[in-house]
Design a protein around this ligand. Structure first.
Ligand code: SF4
Length: 308
């Protein structure tokens, strides 16, 4: 991507990971940190005081300034280091105000969220070239409550998918991360329910702990920690600051998810696993779901998303 002199809508840079298969895109986080409190979150390893979510200062002024420099058709992802719909968004409306700034410009917007406040913004999303990916890691309410304590429960997230797709907004599922022994026993049911709710694409990955996320997960799930410790630290591999499960184990798991997606007619991709040959979609992150064409010229373009 051409070098852009922008301040807050910045090039997405996943630690320069050679395993990242994302298309070039810009990233915008209206908030620093996140309220959802997911134990496995990677962003806490590089954002100070991460679980103390706070709005970005002068956000809208900076967004306006940046948008003057961003070419048409640019892909902007919200958000990669926080959730754009934390509970405080209901009151602060920062994400909504960013979407209002995007309106009337021919940009491609990808929203990644667990938050149900997104339903408030359906009117704006319908006017944009937008797609949404909703993260669900398990259908087990009890596990989700321990793992993602302040995020909407899994059934609510299925309702988010249903509502968005009912309003013509394309939705993908982030089955991400899968944590062995904790979230991996309801995958088939989860995919079936997600497909029923309207999901057309799935991106999945295994848990790749950094030291702080490892401590949180192993303390919250002591019954699984010894087995996971052995898999990650004795048999697995280290890449940068993350630990990975043994390659053959990850490949088997991702293949199983891909096969389930095939059976359900869903496209599939992995996230930073190094298995691009398993992908059956033109993009991993779901950005291929974003409708083609300029909605500012043709208000019906979104009703016929073109994937291939
Ligand atoms: S919702 Fe996303 S950004 Fe927020 S804590 Fe959970 S994983 Fe991290």
């Amino acid at each position: 991507m051409e070098r852009l002199r922008t301040r807050i809508i910045r090039p997405f840079d996943p630690w320069r990971s050679p395993l990242c298969t994302c298309p070039p895109k810009l990233s915008l986080d209206p908030y620093t940190g996140c309220e959802h409190g997911c134990l496995y979150c990677y962003a806490s390893s590089y954002i100070k005081d991460f679980y103390n979510c706070r709005p970005k200062r002068s956000l809208i002024e900076m967004v306006r300034r940046d948008l003057r420099r961003i070419p048409e058709d640019t892909l902007i992802s919200m958000s990669n280091s926080s959730d754009p719909y934390p509970p405080m968004e209901r009151r602060l409306r920062l994400t909504r105000r960013c979407l209002e700034e995007f309106a009337g410009r021919n940009l491609r917007i990808l929203i990644v969220t667990k938050g149900d406040t997104i339903l408030r913004d359906i009117d704006l999303l319908q006017e944009l070239r937008a797609a949404v990916t909703v993260t669900i890691t398990t259908l087990d309410d009890h596990i989700a409550g321990r793992l993602e304590p302040k995020a909407p429960r899994p059934m609510r997230r299925l309702e988010i998918i249903e509502e968005l797709t009912a309003h013509g907004i394309p939705v993908g599922l982030r089955l991400d991360p899968i944590i062995l022994g904790i979230t991996d026993d309801s995958i088939e049911e989860l995919l079936t329910e997600a497909e029923r709710a309207g999901v057309v694409h799935v991106v999945s990955s295994t848990f790749k702990p950094r030291w702080d996320s490892w401590l949180r997960v192993s303390e919250a799930f002591p019954e699984e920690s010894e087995r996971l410790r052995h898999l990650y630290f004795d048999r697995g591999e280290r890449r940068g600051r993350s630990w990975y499960l043994p390659r053959e184990m990850r490949l088997k798991l991702m293949r199983e998810v891909r096969d389930l997606c095939d059976r359900l007619g869903l496209t599939f991709a992995t996230c930073r696993e190094g298995f691009p040959k398993l992908h059956t979609a033109p993009s991993c992150d779901g950005s291929h779901l974003i409708p083609a064409g300029d909605l500012t010229l043709n208000s019906q373009a979104w009703s016929q998303p073109r994937f291939y």
